[in-house]
Design a protein around this ligand. Structure first.
Ligand SMILES: [Zn+2]
Ligand SMILES: [Zn+2]
Length: 326
């Protein structure tokens, strides 16, 4: 299928490909360009190692582009906080309004690059220590464009390796041999991190952590703690917390003898299973042997996300837990 493409668009796409080469992706439907995508970095000359921030610009061309504005998406921001992204978005909006009727992709790349160059230092926090990046901090940018204090990443990688080894020691020999080898990975996106831990280790701890006042429990924290424990109790009571000791529901659906009958027909096993349940039920005339009866001291009704599925993973009869009175 071929369609007539606006010459302004053809020229723009041609120029983008000629200049950005592999760094730009043009998606088309037939011969019509629909999406232009490129990663924008700050200007640092040839020194790629000094680029601490980046963002992927996706320009979705609307049918009447450039007489109508394209839709702009900024994806995978690295080292940029929400405030800066919002600012870039609003500048883009103004730029689109100014440039209506003419190709705008180069203008957008320039605008974003200017912003990135002006703040070519990661904003936000180091996700390991939750302190920010301050002057004097030694930090590292991973291949996946995530930033950490070198000190923090060293500790993370060292304890990751230790944990791997501990888990490995629990396995029998034949499983140890088959297990994948330890790979240091980014705590944010799990991309493999290739860096020398020994060098990272020599970095000083984050400046803000050194200057932070000593930790003490504040009344706000205590209030938050009370609020959260109340929420947790409520979630446990509702079956929303899986595997929390004996307090909550079991991770698997609790099926009853009645379920077994419904799924497989009566069997000896089901009858056997029914006996203790009936005994536990202090209503003699009740033939349902439903262990999920509210108030039963033996088991609580399972009200978790998998109710309605039986142990074999097939959709089964919805248990009493789903419809019983609350
Ligand atoms: Zn840190
Ligand atoms: Zn990462």
């Amino acid at each position: 299928m071929t369609s007539v493409v606006d010459e302004r668009v053809t020229d723009e796409v041609e120029a983008l490909v000629a200049i950005l080469m592999d760094d730009v992706t043009i998606r088309r439907v037939g011969n019509v360009p629909t999406v232009i995508e490129t990663v924008v970095n700050p200007s640092t000359g040839e020194d790629i190692d000094q680029q601490y921030v980046c963002v992927t610009l996706e320009v979705r061309l609307t049918p009447n582009y450039p007489d109508a504005s394209p839709d702009i998406v900024l994806r995978n921001p690295r080292g940029l906080d929400d405030e800066l992204l919002a600012s870039i978005h609003s500048q883009i909006k103004n730029k689109l309004a100014d440039c209506l009727g003419q190709p705008v992709v180069f203008e957008l790349i320039d605008l974003i690059r200017e912003n990135l160059t002006a703040c070519n230092l990661p904003s936000g926090q180091c996700v390991i220590c939750l302190f920010g990046f301050a002057e004097g901090d030694v930090f590292i940018k991973t291949q996946c464009y995530h930033h950490f204090h070198s000190h923090c990443l060293a500790n993370h990688l060292i304890s990751g390796k230790k944990y791997y080894q501990e888990e490995m020691d629990k396995l029998p020999n034949w499983q140890q041999v088959q297990a994948p080898p330890y790979q240091p990975c980014c705590p944010v996106c799990r991309c493999v991190v290739t860096t020398d831990v020994e060098t990272l280790k020599s970095a000083p701890p984050p400046v803000e952590s050194v200057n932070a006042p000593p930790f003490r429990v504040t009344p706000e924290m205590l209030a938050m703690q009370r609020k959260m424990s109340h929420l947790l109790a409520r979630q446990i009571a509702r079956g929303g917390v899986v595997g929390s000791g004996n307090l909550g529901p079991r991770p698997l659906t609790i099926t009853t003898a009645a379920d077994a009958v419904a799924n497989n027909g009566p069997s000896q096993a089901a009858q056997e299973a029914a006996k203790p349940e009936t005994a536990a039920n202090d209503q003699p005339g009740n033939a349902s042997n439903d262990c999920n009866e509210p108030g039963s001291p033996q088991r609580q009704a399972y009200r978790g996300p998998y109710r309605g599925f039986n142990r074999r993973g097939k959709p089964g009869r919805r248990g009493r837990g789903a419809v019983g009175p609350r």
